[in-house]
Structures are given as structure tokens and as C-alpha cells.
Design a protein. Structure first.
Length: 285
């Protein structure tokens, strides 16, 4: 049996598409994962064999999908999913976990969601591209550059977007996308200030709940979640590239209270700002 491959991507500088982990496995009979909830999007492409995906669409409704080689399946964040290999013909697949500003939009155009999680390639060429790109990621070494890996994530997403048999037509000038882009611009210009979701909604002359709804539909995160992650990505950059004290970075990223900043940072990166700096500091000669 081929050796399973698994990698974690730790570079947090990419906003449009962010890579988290990726790998390959030829599963054992009935090998399963879940029930579980993911924090990001997770896409599997099946090379051979069979398996089953169970998706909890509501608190009382679970939908079952029987899958086989040449098909893919998407798991969305914050949804309960379980998947397992067939007893007689277990599947072999590769996967990629990702997020980012463009992720939800790309998946929407590809026609992929919790309600429609199965990907069927529109041609054999698309299938070959996905298999090649996913295996390339899974087989990469620890020395492979972040830009190289992100480049291949873009090629995977392009194959999903252009090669899906359920691809949707794009409606140009969609108003919700305009409002979301304006909100992101507002955040990028004011994240160091104590701005709130109310401020974003008022800037756009929108009801707060309506603004929150369309933002999450487009981005896949609530405005508050996005604001926190945006601030933390800026903080991480300063921790890696400057000698600025943590208390000053806290203020520069919108947190006058250093304790609140440290808690938010640890929730996003799993370690304190000082621990992050010690492990990721970029030394200048």
C-alpha cells in the first residue's frame, strides 16, 4: 500500500487563497473520519475505489452520498460531516484544506456547497489536472517555497471553477460582492482603529443583520471573524519582521488592551504572540 502523505502549510501571508494542509492516502477498508466540524474548506478528489460521505444538512437531516474514483467532494466549515472507505474497494484520494477571500466565490461558481458537495469533472482532462496538481502538493518537500505551493493551489481552484460539470453562470455586477469589497477596503484602511461591524454597516448604509448575512455568503466568514483574522495576520507580519514590542503591535492592530490581543492571537494561531515570534522570526543580516 502506498505511504500516506500529509503536510501543514504555515505561511499566513496570503489572503485571497490560504492553504492549511494537504495530503494523500490509500485508505484501509472502512477507514473513517468524523463526525467532525472543519474550520476551513476541505476538498477531496478520489483517484480510485469507493466510499461514503454523510452530511448533516440540518439538526435532524443527514444526507448520504455514495462516491467512487473520478469524483470529488467538498466539506464546508462549521458543518458536521462523516466519511468512510468502502469495505471491499476502499478509496484512494488526495485532499487540500483551504480558505481565503476568494474561496467561497470560486466554490459557488463551481456549484459546490453543503447542499451540493459532489464534484464531477466536466472532462477527462480536468480529472487528470486535479490528480496531478493534488499529488504535486502532497509530494512536495519541506523546502518547497510558499509561493510555489500557493501557485499550485490556484491551479487546483481553477480546475474546480472551470472544470465543474455543475458550474454556475456568473452574474456580473452582483451587489452583494460590491458591498463586501467596500467593507474589506474599509477594514484594510481602518483595522488599527476600534471599528465594529456596526461601523461597517453604517459606512455602507445597510442594516447590520443584512450586512452580516451578505458578507458571510460571499466570504464564508462573518464580518467580525474576518476583522479578527485580518488584524491577526497584520500582527503576525509585524511579529516576524520587526522588533516592535508586543504591546505596540497590539495597539497598531486595533487592540488597546494587550491581554485581549494576546487571547485573540492565540485563538487564531494556537500560540502566544511571543511564542509565535520566537518560532517565526525573520532574521536580517
Amino acid at each position: 500500500m502506498p505511504i500516506p502523505l500529509f503536510h501543514v502549510f504555515s505561511d499566513d501571508r496570503f489572503m485571497d487563497l490560504t492553504l492549511y494542509q494537504y495530503g494523500y492516502e490509500k485508505c484501509r477498508p472502512l477507514h473513517s473520519f468524523g463526525p467532525s466540524i472543519r474550520n476551513h474548506f476541505l476538498f477531496h478528489y478520489i483517484f480510485s475505489g469507493k466510499g461514503t460521505l454523510l452530511v448533516d444538512e440540518t439538526a435532524t437531516t443527514t444526507k448520504e452520498y455514495k462516491l467512487h474514483g473520478g469524483m470529488g467532494f467538498l466539506i464546508e466549515p462549521d458543518r458536521i460531516n462523516t466519511y468512510f472507505a468502502d469495505r471491499e474497494d476502499p478509496w484512494e484520494y488526495a485532499w487540500v484544506e483551504f480558505s481565503g477571500l476568494k474561496a467561497k466565490e470560486i466554490l459557488d461558481i463551481a456549484g459546490l456547497s453543503t447542499e451540493s458537495p459532489v464534484f464531477i469533472p466536466a472532462s477527462a482532462q480536468v480529472s487528470d489536472t486535479l490528480k496531478s496538481e493534488l499529488l504535486h502538493l502532497a509530494s512536495s518537500s519541506s523546502e518547497t517555497s510558499s509561493l510555489h505551493l500557493i501557485g499550485h493551489l490556484y491551479l487546483i481552484m481553477d480546475a474546480l471553477l472551470t472544470g465543474s460539470s455543475s458550474r454556475r453562470r456568473v452574474q456580473n455586477g452582483k451587489r452583494s460582492r460590491f458591498y463586501t469589497d467596500e467593507a474589506i477596503t474599509f477594514i484594510s484602511q481602518n483595522y488599527a482603529l476600534p471599528i465594529t461591524v456596526e461601523d461597517m454597516a453604517q459606512r455602507l448604509n445597510l442594516d447590520r443583520s443584512y450586512f452580516g448575512k451578505i458578507f458571510k455568503e460571499v466570504i464564508g466568514q462573518s464580518p467580525q471573524e474576518f476583522l479578527i483574522h485580518y488584524r491577526m495576520s497584520k500582527a503576525a507580519e509585524l511579529l516576524k519582521t520587526t522588533d516592535m514590542p508586543v504591546k505596540d503591535i497590539s495597539v497598531q492592530t486595533g487592540y488597546p488592551n494587550q491581554l485581549h490581543f494576546s487571547r485573540a492571537f492565540k485563538n487564531v494561531y494556537g500560540q502566544s504572540p511571543r511564542e509565535y515570534r520566537q518560532k517565526n522570526r525573520i532574521l536580517h543580516e
